[in-house]
Design a protein around this ligand. Structure first.
Ligand SMILES: NC(=O)c1ccc[n+]([C@@H]2O[C@H](COP(=O)([O-])OP(=O)(O)OC[C@H]3O[C@@H](n4cnc5c(N)ncnc54)[C@H](OP(=O)(O)O)[C@@H]3O)[C@@H](O)[C@H]2O)c1
Length: 277
């Protein structure tokens, strides 16, 4: 019997790479995509040596609208069906809404929301036909908390992914398809270097930090048991739980205080970015 295959976006680093490793450790073949193909090839070789799994590597820039089809076509051309999808590729866009260009914002929406939805739309019919599927959308605790100044669309896009995953959970139920929104807090990866928040978030105490492996294991276990939303780590379960019971004004006040203190380092430069988890 052919082994199951999971498509993982943003598999060259951080949480995506850790999720791909988790699937491989559980006997899944991999289709790995990101822009840095050299990293994907090296990782594919490592997974073959460690777990004996086969991998396809597909270089693609998911901020381009042609990328989802290109990725799915490459997998079909290799005569493989997709049983699992991990939508994970992402970054933060520093600055307030008017400090950034519309091109930056529309690329952000294309990568962080449209490509996620299109990939699900392309793989789900096959999953329905076969009566089996696993879908993880990597969201964030930011999607469960109030929005705040800077990284303007980040929390909104992540909130949309959480609602999207919940709807998929209901729609997939009758077809053996499990869907999970994975909502990490601050996680060690390249994310905070790419979105220029490293100097600020490095001031956070250790208990705010998760490892990519911790996040990946929580995501894999949640999708296996068909849990629609998972928040890894006790601290973040507490914070998101607290947010649910606080009046909206109190949450907004707390968020403005916290994002203010994380942003202290940037205040003098006038750059004005808050942190995005
Ligand atoms: N780290 C955190 O604190 C944290 C917290 C909550 C949620 N998250 C979410 O977790 C996800 C993964 O982030 P991470 O922390 O693992 O960050 P990371 O280490 O920077 O990894 C990001 C991945 O996305 C890929 N990527 C970025 N832009 C892309 C593009 N235009 N096209 C295709 N692939 C692209 C990168 O690959 P290439 O550069 O090779 O293309 C890389 O593999 C993101 O959705 C992020 O929002 C992160």
């Amino acid at each position: 019997m052919t082994r199951r295959l999971v498509l993982v976006t943003g598999a060259s680093s951080g949480i995506g790479k850790a999720l791909a490793r988790e699937f491989a450790a559980n006997g899944w073949d991999l289709a790995l995509t990101a822009r840095r193909e050299d990293r994907l090839i090296e990782f594919a070789e490592e997974m073959k040596a460690q777990y004996g799994v086969d991998s396809l590597t597909i270089a693609a820039d998911l901020s381009k609208s042609s990328a989802p089809k290109k990725i799915i076509d490459a997998i079909a051309a290799a005569d493989r069906q997709i049983d699992g999808l991990v939508n994970n590729a992402g970054y933060g866009l520093p600055g307030t809404f008017t400090e950034t260009s519309w091109k930056q914002q529309s690329d952000f929406i294309q990568l962080m929301l449209t490509s996620y939805a299109e990939l699900v739309h392309r793989v789900m019919p096959g999953m329905e036909e076969r009566g089996y599927g696993r879908i993880i959308n990597v969201a964030s605790v930011a999607g469960l908390m109030p929005g705040s100044r800077g990284h303007t669309l980040y929390a909104g896009v992540k909130a949309a992914l959480i609602k999207f995953s919940q709807s998929l959970y209901f729609e997939g139920k009758a077809h053996g398809i499990h869907s999970t929104a994975l909502c990490p807090g601050f996680t060690y990866s390249e994310f905070h270097d790419v979105n220029e928040t490293r100097s600020m978030v490095s001031k956070l105490p250790n208990f705010w930090w998760l490892t990519a492996e911790q996040v990946a294991m929580a995501g894999f276990n949640a999708v296996q048991r068909n849990q629609p939303v998972v928040v890894p780590g006790l601290w973040y379960k507490f914070l998101t739980g607290l947010n649910q019971i606080l009046p909206n004004d109190a949450s907004m006040w707390l968020m403005s205080r916290n994002s203010g203190s994380f942003r202290q380092g940037e205040a003098d430069t006038g750059k004005g970015a808050k942190t995005a988890a």
